[in-house]
Design a protein around this ligand. Sequence first.
Ligand code: NDP
Ligand code: MG
Length: 388
Amino acid sequence: METKEKKRIAILGSTGSIGTQALQVIEEHSDLYEAYVLTANNRVELLAEQARRFLPEAVVIANEDKYAELRDALADLPVKVYAGADAICQIVREKPVDVVLTAMVGFAGLKPTISAVEAGKAIALANKETLVVAGDLVNRLAHKYHADIIPVDSEHSAIFQCLAGEVSPIEKIILTASGGPFRTYSMEQLATVTKAQALKHPSWSMGAKITIDSASMMNKGFEVIEAKWLFGVSPEQIQVVVHPQSVVHSAVQFADGAVKAQLGVPDMRLPIQYAFSYPLRLDSSFDRLDLCQVGSLTFEAPDLRRFRNLALAREALARGGNMPCILNAANEVVNRAFLEDRLGFLQMSDVMADTMQKAHYVAEPTYEDYLQTDAEARRIAASCLTRN
Ligand code: NDP
Ligand code: MG
C-alpha cells in the first residue's frame, strides 16, 4: 500500500489561541499532518510541553533571554532549539515545511510571513496585521514566488469557502461582525467601559489583543482591509453587517444577485482545518450547527459614530500607502495601553486618528518604509498617550 507523506506544518505562535487550536486539529488528523516547527514569544513552559507531545523537528522562542530555559527543558529530546525573531524567519525559509500557519500577533508577523512567501511556502494566514500593514507588498511577493495564501480568519475563510468552484467575479462581500460586548452601548456607557468588560467576548474565545480589537471594532476595520487584499475587491464592494449570533461567518454576492454564505458554530478549528486540508474537507468532531436551536438570525448596520474605528480603517484604506501601517502601529500601542488601564476605551480612537494625522505619509512604501513607519507611528501614538 502507498504511504502518504504527511503535510509538515510550522505553527508560528503555537502557544496562543489559534496555535493551540491548530495543534488540536493536527492531533485529530495525525495521519495527515505533522507539527514540524513550533514557535512562541515568552511562554517557555507551554512551548516545551507542546514539543514533548508533538516532537517537532524544531522549536523557536522569539525572546532570546528564554533560550537557555527552553534548551534545558528539552535536553532529553531530539528537538532542535533556536531563539530570536531572525531564527523564526530562517527556519520557515530553510526547513522543508509545507504550510506555515501565521498565528503570532501583530506587526511581528510581517517579517516571517514575507520570509515564508519568498520561499514559496503555502501560508495559512491568521495574522491579519500582516495584510493590514503591507497587503500590497505581500500580494506582489506571493504572486512572484507562487506562494498560496489561505485565510484562517473565520470571515475570510467563509468567503474563501463561498468562492470554491466559482469562476465569476465577486459583486459584493458581506463581512459579518458580532458587534462585540458593547454592540448596544451608548457613547456615555462606552466612555467608562473597563478592560474586564471588553475581555468578555459574547461569541468567540481569543487572545487578549484581538478580543480588545473586537470590542472596539478595530478588528472588523482590519478585516475590511484584509478582505480587500485577499479577494482583490474595492473597499466599496465590502459591506460590514452586524450579526450578533455569529452563525453566518460571511457571505458573497455574485453578478446575478445570488448570495452564498458559510454558516457554522463559532469554532476556529474549522477554518484552521480547512486551511490545512483545502480543497478537501475532512471529518471533524466539532459541534454541529442546529438552526432550529439557533432560532433566529438578525442583521443590522454598524454604527460608525459609536464604533469610529471602522471609519478610521476605511479612511486608511482610501488613503492607501503606509496609512494602514500607521493605523496598525497606533492600534497596537492603544490596545496595550487600554489593557494596562492607561487609556480609556473611546480615547483609543482619538490617539489613532491623531497618529494618522501626524505620521509621515509614504504613497508607495517599500519593506524598509514599513519598518520606519511602524516605529514612527508607535512613537507618535505613545506621545499622544501621555497627553490623553
Ligand atoms: P494569542 O495572543 O493568543 O497568541 C499569540 C501567539 O504569538 C503566542 O504563541 C505568542 O507567544 C506569539 N507571539 C506574540 N508576540 C510575538 C512576537 N513578537 N514574536 C513571536 N511570537 C509572538 O493570539 P491569537 O491566537 O488570538 O491571535 C493570533 C493571530 O491570529 C492574530 O493576528 C489575530 O488577529 C489572528 N486571529 C485570531 C483569532 C482567534 O480566534 N484567536 C481569529 C482570527 C484571527 P507567547 O505565548 O509566548 O506570548
Ligand atoms: Mg475574524
